[in-house]
Design a protein around this ligand. Structure first.
Ligand code: PLP
Length: 456
């Protein structure tokens, strides 16, 4: 995909000339391909299909870490986001971004001795993707200020991404969101989380499967004539505006951890590896995390790599932790880049474990029974990875695992595994009361194109 295909190159060239003092973002496929913040965010993916990375990573000063335990989540985030984006955004923009994003907490909950759950599911759609989606929407609308054209965000979803993006972009001025999802292939709860909003959120129920939705979105990005008429962008998880803000809760977790005299292991249940990559970003910024645990289900491409095999994409396998069923983890090259493309260093700092559905279900029961804590299937994989690491590394470490979704989001699995009827949180119940608004779309690009062209 060439630059010319997607957006007006002249605009960006001028912008880039003016912005030589600003942070540059390079492509993981070619360090010489560099762009400014606006282009990196609006494009999402580099034209050579590489991922954008900040050209330098700021290290937070010692005074920051001394003050951290007394700071609020917001105060801490002003500093971190200021360090990362301060060359492009002024202080009031940084504050507005953080305040828009952090409207919910991320508590650190003790599950058992030396094991803490970092609960990232207290946002509007009860999954950690809310952090990135909220930040991304706000940053996009800031970068689009003064632009006459509206930006249209195209999203193909199999469920979770659609709800996080729809809720993150809901009523954001200057941005229209178009969600394509496969008819009958997402759960009722997921569907209600994006189809009941209305306003600037438009839902298309496609007579096909997820891959058809994805293909139509890709085709739209490659449609030169369409892109001359309108500004199309994506808000998928490889976008720096979704990826970078995820580093914030690692800092927050560390400052609330009681046992700071021990070494720290952080286990991240992973699919596309954006979340783990953001943890490494925090560590590169000076946060004292001693080891990361990459925990996956049987889609174990990265654990295999960490055990010495070559990185090799495979078809994905369906599991009960289905938001991590990823056969080609797109953020892998970010992990490498963060360690200077030194594979040995990556293998030293990140330990990999994988688990099948039986292991996952078993530990959900065990933890529920022994501690009363209800894990969702993704958090359960994170917990298992951490436990395995701690078993081999004795008493030197304290551990945190990321609980990436509320168990209620996976109610059918959780109920079945635990033999309970889990009470849904009020926020999820609210969605179920709404009215579904979605237009039917045939599985045909021409029809999608017509929808976009007529929508103005
Ligand atoms: C997306 C998702 C993951 C995987 O996160 P990555 O950043 O893609 O590794 C894990 N758990 C849940 C609940 C998710 O929705």
């Amino acid at each position: 995909m060439t630059e010319e295909l997607m957006f007006r190159p002249l605009e960006f060239k001028i912008l880039n000339l003016l912005s030589s003092f600003y942070m540059r973002y390079y492509s993981t496929n070619n360090p010489n391909h560099q762009v400014g913040l606006k282009e990196a965010v609006i494009k999402g993916l580099a034209p050579d299909q590489g991922l954008y990375m900040p050209e330098h990573i700021p290290v937070m000063p010692a005074s920051f870490f001394e003050d951290l335990p007394t700071m609020t989540f917001q105060e801490m985030a002003y500093e971190v986001i200021g360090a990362l984006f301060g060359e492009d955004l002024n202080l009031s923009q940084v504050k507005a971004l953080v305040d828009h994003t952090l409207v919910f907490d991320a508590p650190l909950v003790k599950v058992e001795e030396g094991v803490y759950s970092l609960e990232l599911f207290h946002g509007p759609t009860l999954a950690f993707k809310d952090f990135g989606a909220r930040f991304c929407s706000k940053l996009m609308s800031m970068l689009m200020e003064g632009e006459e054209r509206k930006v249209r965000v195209l999203v193909a979803t199999s469920g979770d991404t659609g709800s996080a993006v729809a809720n993150g972009f809901y009523k954001v001025p200057g941005v229209e969101v178009i969600i394509l999802y496969p008819k009958g292939k997402v759960s009722a709860l997921q569907e209600m989380q994006f189809t009941t909003l209305g306003e600037n959120i438009h839902c298309l129920e496609v007579d096909g499967v997820f891959d058809d939705c994805q293909r139509m979105v890709k085709e739209a990005f490659l449609d030169q004539e369409l892109n001359e008429k309108m500004l199309l962008t994506s808000a998928n998880s490889i976008n720096i505006a979704r990826w970078i803000p995820q580093c914030l809760y690692y800092f927050y977790a560390w400052c609330r951890l009681p046992e700071k005299d021990k070494k720290l292991a952080v286990s991240v249940p992973s699919g596309n590896f954006g979340n783990l990559g953001a943890g490494i970003l925090a560590e590169r910024m000076g946060l004292p995390i001693d080891v990361f645990v990459a925990s996956t289900n049987v889609n174990k491409i990265v654990p295999d790599f960490l055990h010495g095999l070559n990185f090799k994409a495979k078809p994905s396998i369906a599991t009960i932790s289905n938001s991590m069923d990823v056969g080609n983890p797109s953020n892998f090259y970010r992990l490498l880049a963060l360690y200077g493309n030194d594979e040995a260093l990556l293998r030293k700092k990140v330990k990999g474990f994988f688990f099948d559905d039986e292991d996952t279900a078993k530990v959900m029961k065990k933890v529920q029974c022994e501690t009363g804590y209800t894990l969702d299937p993704h958090g359960a994989v994170g917990y298992l990875g951490l436990r395995n690491f701690l078993r081999m590394n004795g008493d030197d470490y304290v551990g945190i695992f990321l609980e990436t979704a509320h168990p209620g989001k996976f109610k059918s699995v959780v109920d079945k595994v635990l033999g309970i009827d889990l009470e849904l949180p009020d926020r999820l119940k609210e969605f179920m009361k709404g009215k579904k608004k979605a237009a039917a779309l045939p599985n045909d690009y021409g029809a999608f194109r017509e929808f976009l062209s007529s929508a103005n």
